[in-house]
Write a protein that binds this ligand. Structure first.
Ligand code: SF4
Length: 234
């Protein structure tokens, strides 16, 4: 495992669980709104060893309920399955934060995961801008396959979308939400874009950023589509 960081305690990354978060190094996407660009390079040298993570978890067995594998993209890790098995053997529940772009790896680890936060970045046919990749549909199609896998497996999960106004319009979000709802997604979250200090694209205006959240009709329409719809403001 190539670990970029470790958060010993969180109450927000795995619903209802006190958890540690393991930030896996490396990602296959380059989303323009990414707040962890230092975690993007696959195979970068880092200071945290997997053994250190295991030692910390052993010392917290009575204090924590779960371990969240976040990133970066955890599915990049060749040893993720082994790591999940180890964590389960220690008695923890597991959560995975993923873009779903590596479907085969997801299939492999799915039986070991108790909850998933799935980033769905844009309507599946229009994924290039939101994921920072060249191919418009390829990553979107992988994400759709990942979503279908998760739905079929019946694992509890949340689909979430970051509303970066440079890559998504409200119409895009509505179309995406409708697709997700029709597929059977029950829990959906919109996450407000947080401005970056050194982003590659020009920053949007505050009004553009908040436009998704000041339109009550838009939000009410989305709410109708899901059992549980939440907004996370920056
Ligand atoms: S998937 Fe996540 S870690 Fe990877 S570039 Fe996008 S926001 Fe950053």
């Amino acid at each position: 495992m190539n670990i970029g960081g470790l958060l010993p305690f969180t109450m927000i990354d795995f619903p209802g669980k006190l958890s540690a978060v393991v930030f896996c190094q490396g990602c296959v996407l380059r989303c323009p709104y990414c707040h962890n660009p230092e975690l993007q390079t696959v195979g970068a040298q880092t200071d945290v060893r997997w053994d250190d993570v295991i030692q910390l978890l052993k010392s917290r067995q009575k204090l924590l309920d779960g371990v969240v594998f976040s990133g970066g993209e955890p599915l990049v890790q060749d040893d993720l399955k082994k790591a999940l098995e180890q964590v389960k053997e220690l008695g923890f529940q597991t959560a995975l934060h993923t873009s779903g772009a590596l479907v085969d790896r997801l299939k492999e680890v799915l039986p070991l995961v108790d909850w998933i936060g799935l980033d769905v970045k844009a309507p599946f046919a229009h994924y290039a801008k939101a994921s920072g990749t060249k191919s418009e549909a390829a990553i979107g199609s992988k994400t759709e396959q990942a979503l279908d896998l998760i739905l079929n497996a019946g694992i509890p999960f949340e689909a979430r979308t970051t509303t970066d106004p440079r890559v998504l319009t409200k119409a895009d979000v509505k179309a995406l939400a409708l697709t997700l709802s029709q597929k059977g997604v029950k829990h959906y979250a919109l996450q407000e874009y947080r401005p970056l200090e050194n982003g590659k694209l020009p920053e949007p205006s505050p009004a553009e950023i908040t436009s998704f959240y000041t339109d009550k009709v838009f939000l009410d329409e989305l709410k109708e589509l899901f059992d549980d719809f939440i907004v996370r403001r920056a």
